[in-house]
Design a protein around this ligand. Structure first.
Ligand code: SF4
Length: 129
């Protein structure tokens, strides 16, 4: 890996910087996500005891994901994690491992809105199945 590629990789991990391949069409804008008032409306707000950072499919993670169902800001929350490539925790009902293919789709040219639509439609279908 060249020095420039290392520098680019490091730059991409700076928190609060959108992923370079972001096409925000159909999703919240970066300015809307930066206005973190939406977090105050999340179902998890004030639930400090919810374990958000355990491994995929653990009981703790499933407990966190259950809180996300029906959350009024779920779409925005997932958009935030994808836009800023959050490495850890449950956001919008998805763990980091589950968000990885969504980010891959965005790198392949899917817009943020398209990825959100697919992910949240699948989540609703899974919940009624
Ligand atoms: S989607 Fe889940 S993690 Fe995000 S704000 Fe709502 S309850 Fe919290």
């Amino acid at each position: 890996m060249t020095r420039q590629r290392i520098a680019e990789a490091v730059n991409q991990r700076i928190y609060g910087v959108p992923v370079p391949y972001l096409d925000p069409a159909g999703g919240p804008t970066v300015d809307q996500l930066d206005d973190t008032n939406w977090k105050l409306r999340g179902r998890c707000t004030g639930q400090a005891e919810v374990p958000w950072f355990d491994r995929v499919n653990s009981r703790a993670t499933r407990t966190g994901q259950a809180v996300c169902r029906g959350c009024p800001v779920r779409r925005t929350c997932l958009a935030y994690a994808l836009t800023f490539d959050e490495e850890f925790g449950v956001w919008g009902g998805y763990t980091a491992e589950q968000r990885a293919p969504m980010l891959a789709a965005m790198r392949d040219g899917f817009t943020l809105g398209e990825v959100l639509d697919i992910a949240l439609t699948r989540a609703r279908e899974a919940e009624v199945a």
